[in-house]
Design a binder for this molecule. Structure first.
Ligand SMILES: Nc1ncnc2c1ncn2[C@@H]1O[C@H](COP(=O)(O)OP(=O)(O)OP(=O)(O)O)[C@@H](O)[C@H]1O
Ligand SMILES: [Mg+2]
Length: 214
């Protein structure tokens, strides 16, 4: 899926060799400031490396138009992005941005229910809590249906129980649908529960890559 060779980005990342496998759940851990979000941004082509090679299914992201890459490799940033408007607007906008047809209300409602987000499609997003906004942006991501989900500490705004439910569900969904999941997380429990592979970053370098579930 992704292969990185001698990839450098500023003084932030220096990755000699990293393989991220297709249809696996890879958890990325490491202390604050170690370069985890920067790595996800490289994979999603929000930034470009200064040197080295990155391959996505054998192709260099630099040769893939950004819009088509992001249709396949979608990043959920550390702080959820919510647009002014209703819950429905926020769900449909992802499909619009990726050039896909809108879906009907029952499908949107079923995804919200599945994420235990009990809000009306017509309600305004502004007053939603941080955790609700996060689940809304996860619902938007599920509708866009990328091949690779890049989740940057997706549950930092959720309480422990909700976190378990939401992420376990996303993990189960990824397995059922053959998606590739790359999750930045500080949670050892989450990692033990869902990760196939754990990658640890320190000061921009990969210091370990452990296979938990081959
Ligand atoms: N655009 C940038 N220009 C210069 N330095 C940056 C830039 N973006 C991030 N950094 C620095 O790069 C380092 C890694 O940042 P990054 O956000 O990738 O860390 P992180 O591992 O995601 O941390 P956290 O766990 O706190 O989210 C930090 O020292 C940060 O200050
Ligand atoms: Mg980060």
């Amino acid at each position: 899926m992704f292969l990185l060779k001698n990839v450098r980005y500023k003084k932030i990342l220096d990755i000699a060799d990293l393989l991220i496998e297709d249809q696996k759940i890879t958890c990325i851990t490491g202390e604050s400031g170690s370069g985890k979000s920067t790595l996800l941004r490289l994979l999603n082509k929000l930034i470009s490396s200064d040197s080295g090679d990155i391959y996505f299914n054998g192709e260099q992201p630099s040769s893939i138009p950004s819009v088509s890459l992001r249709r396949k490799v979608l990043m959920l940033p550390q702080t959820p992005v919510i647009f002014p408007g209703s819950v429905r607007d926020n769900l449909l906008i992802g499909l619009l941005f990726t050039g896909q047809k809108p879906v009907d209300d029952p499908l949107m409602v079923s995804i919200l229910d599945w994420l235990h987000l009990h809000v009306d499609l017509d309600s305004d997003c502004e007053p939603l809590s941080g955790g609700e906004k996060q689940r809304l942006s996860i619902a938007r991501m599920i509708l866009i249906d990328p091949d690779v989900f890049l989740l940057d500490e997706p549950t930092s705004a959720l309480d422990e129980n909700t976190e378990q439910n939401v992420i376990d569900q996303v993990a189960q969904y990824a397995k059922e649908k053959g998606k590739t999941l790359i999750i930045v997380t500080h949670s050892k429990q989450l990692t033990q529960r869902i990760a196939d592979i754990v990658v640890e970053i320190k000061s921009g370098k990969i210091i370990s890559r452990e296979v938990l579930r081959p």
